[in-house]
Design a protein around this ligand. Structure first.
Ligand code: AMP
Length: 281
């Protein structure tokens, strides 16, 4: 697992939400127990693909960008969705470079992703010189050591404050769980399949809410139109409920506002919306 940065924070939160507590062995421990089921090893995100490929760990969680740059034989078990960013070609605002065609032959490209950079420019038939840097590529054009850069972009604010703009996207990235091809034992693969299912059930649940409401029985057909879902909502009798029944449904979090307003229009009462911890369809 990544030892610091946003990937580390989000991975940690995901495991805790999946019920796998991370118990470090001491203040600066490099390993921890993961819910007593797994042993976590914390290393730099960029080292994780190599660790997994070499068999030092059965599985790893790191960015798709770093997995692609490493170029080892790894198989992705899950896209975890967080750590979303893109690897982009960027040029200084005063360079006049607004597309790939404007990058002159022999241009110097500073990047901490030299393999991906080389592959990208070859695929786009542009001859450039790659200048590997270990970080802070955005400074390189200002130091005169590069004409353009390839770096990770999330909000774009780092590029903006450094007087740079995006010219092209090399790849889109999110955090992935990977294993080494043909290396993992069938026993560890079984345990990892359960782990992936647990993590994915948490990720799936995050974008959904559980909605309950009491509605007049004679408005059920209208309620069915308001509440999405394959089979329509669950309808439950209420003890002494009179003309009302309770409806329950899983709804996208982004639709809750509209659905609640529409349910009120159908004379719904006692509307309750809660978070879901896990969702396994
Ligand atoms: P931003 O200013 O939000 O576009 O972020 C760009 C800076 O954050 C660059 O220095 C990137 O190297 C770094 N960055 C952004 N997203 C990620 C990510 N998912 N993983 C690692 N570094 C990132």
């Amino acid at each position: 697992m990544p030892n610091k940065g946003r990937l580390a924070d989000e991975a940690r939160e995901l495991f805790i939400d999946a019920g796998l507590d991370i118990r470090a062995r001491g203040e600066r421990a490099l390993t921890a127990s993961l819910g007593d089921m797994f042993e976590a090893i914390f290393v730099r995100a960029q080292d994780i693909p190599e660790f997994v490929a070499d068999g030092a760990a059965d599985a790893g969680i790191t960015g798709a960008d770093l997995i692609a740059e490493c170029n080892r034989d790894l198989e992705t078990l899950a896209d975890l969705g967080f750590g979303r960013c893109r690897l982009a070609v960027a040029a200084t605002d005063d360079s006049g470079i607004n597309d790939l065609d404007a990058i002159p032959a022999g241009a110097r490209v500073a990047t901490s992703f030299p393999r991906l950079a080389r592959r990208f420019f070859e695929a786009n038939d542009r001859r450039v010189e790659i200048v590997p840097v270990s970080g802070a590529a955005e400074i390189a054009p200002h130091l005169g050591i590069a004409d353009v850069i390839i770096d990770l972009v999330s909000t774009g604010s780092t590029l903006r404050v450094n007087g740079l703009h995006e010219v092209a996207t090399v790849l889109e990235s999110t955090a992935r769980m990977v294993v080494a091809k043909d290396r993992a034992s069938s026993e560890s693969m079984r345990a990892l399949a359960d782990l992936v299912a647990a993590l994915q059930s948490v990720l799936r649940a995050r974008g959904q809410r559980y909605l309950m409401a009491n509605v007049p029985r004679d408005r059920l057909e209208d309620v069915r139109r308001v509440l999405p879902g394959l089979n329509g909502p669950t309808v439950v009798d209420i003890m002494n409920g009179g003309a009302h029944v309770a409806v329950h449904a899983v709804v996208p979090a982004a639709h809750v506002y509209r659905i609640v307003a529409e349910l009120k229009g159908l004379a719904a009462e006692g509307i309750l919306v809660t978070r879901i911890e896990r969702l396994m369809p």
